[in-house]
Design a protein around this ligand. Sequence first.
Ligand SMILES: [Zn+2]
Length: 607
Amino acid sequence: NVDWALTRERYWGTPLPIWKDEDGHKLCIGSRADLSKYGKDIPADLDLHRPYVDDITLTCPQCRKDMKRVTDVIDVWFDSGSMPYSQHHYPFENKEIFDENYPADFICEAIDQTRGWFYTMLAISTLLYKKPSFKNVLVLGLINDEKGQKMSKSKGNVVKPWDILNKLGADALIWYFFTGVSPWLPKNFSEKAIDEVIRKFILTLWNTYSFFVIYAKIDKFNPHGHDLAIADREEIDRWIISELNRTVKEVDRLLEDFNVTESGRMIQDFVDMLSNWYVRRSRRRFWKSEEDKDKISAYLTLYECLVTITKLCAPYIPFLSEELYQNLVAGTGKGCQSVHLEDFPSADRTLIDEDLSFKMNTARKVVGLGRAVRNKINIKTRQPVQKVSIYFNGDKKATEAISHFESVILSELNAKEIEFAGELAELVSYDIKPNLAIVGKKYGPMIPGIKKALAESNSTQIALKVKNEKTIKLDIDGKILELEPGELLVEIKNREGIGVETDGEFTVGLPTGISKELVAEGFAREIVHHIQNLRKEAGFEIENTINTSIEAPAAQQETIEKFGAYISKETLTDSLGRDFGPGMFVKEIRVNGIDLKIGIKVTGSIV
Ligand SMILES: [Zn+2]
């Protein structure tokens, strides 16, 4: 580093405590006692700033001539660097507080402070105590505009913070800064990225909380009125509690390491799991009318997850966390006044069940792939399919996990059976071509013969040989040719009648053809979905029971009758008919290309 030019020719600031006489003798004053020693009649309450301090004349201890203060002040960065001492008025007082807090655990500022505050703190502490005044520096990168350009007034690309705070909220902005990229990297600021944060995280958390609140109100659920040990709860409850504790453990570890980005992403992953797997799969447990052990287990589990997540999130999204906490905890007369007075959660390692976690995650992987297949072959989620075919070449544990969660996978993928494929070839076929970049030069005129021979041979066997890096023998018009595995290109193709997705570990296939019976079942499910939408549109309460009337062509009427019990149960329908009485909320709807008229009317309530 270059030398620090300590003085500034300014008026405001800490006066440089150096007095000089005309002979060039200099005196550095270190205290009020020093001042009184070299000066006469110095008031005890003298303001040590300019202009008062400039009036003080001292006497030179060498030649007894008058000394005047040099007019310079000290660089303000010296004051900044003195912060650890001056904030406690140390060493004049507060020695205990100082000793307890020095050096600081961490300091945090943007990267432009490297030669500013970070440096001056270090320089002064090194001069005074030969050690740093902080243990860690958390550096923030600068924020650029959407295109990575520095924000500047002249370019007109400055984003006004208040506009963002008012429009999108402070928590969304903070979460974006924490989890978007590591804080020390420069960021390209875009509103779109914050919208994404709101959609992917803030709303997911809020909706999960709302779900709990809606049903807890209907059921007048008292989270403190039950005592159900985790070990006695349902498997999915034990699973999410295990994931919760794993998340707390990891977040704690990452924060010890000042890693806000990874820890924030862990929280986000958990909230996603909680909402898109736990709550979605547990919905019916909250809907049902009887308050049995299963329902209490679900309520307690979701409540505990939400409360812990609220505490976990408090340092990241202070406002939303407080809102949730006030209702979930403070509102019940328990806990602290504010989430920000709570202790940070600590993990209960005895509740982390690695085996269960592995099993559920395996099932979730398979379901994820299965859903991707549905998208690919364009079969709607509500349309049941006959079977899920799974190929997995590896640890038996994974196949056991799939069998363990068979019913979960089947319901998630809306299928009737699971089938394990013995060979990948049962799910996919291979398209094998010569790699012309290599083979072209080597075998030139023989290429058509090679292509013909490849087309006539067993593509699965060749693909297997390529995979195992074995040479491939081809018979080309009576001449045997040996090809190296790298001389062939293997492309995986779907087999006729089956759609496939793979993550390299698991390969999941669904049939593209659907039987008449399954089409009818899918139709019934669509009707349920439309009645649910209609209930919302009509403004009915979740707990309302209804009468439902459907007008449909004869063929569909038969389907509706066949699935009548199912449709009624799913939609809280007391009576399912064809007559549209007065006061019915009626709408014409097109379902799978069929025109229907559906009417609903409130009859009562399940509570
Ligand atoms: Zn002198």
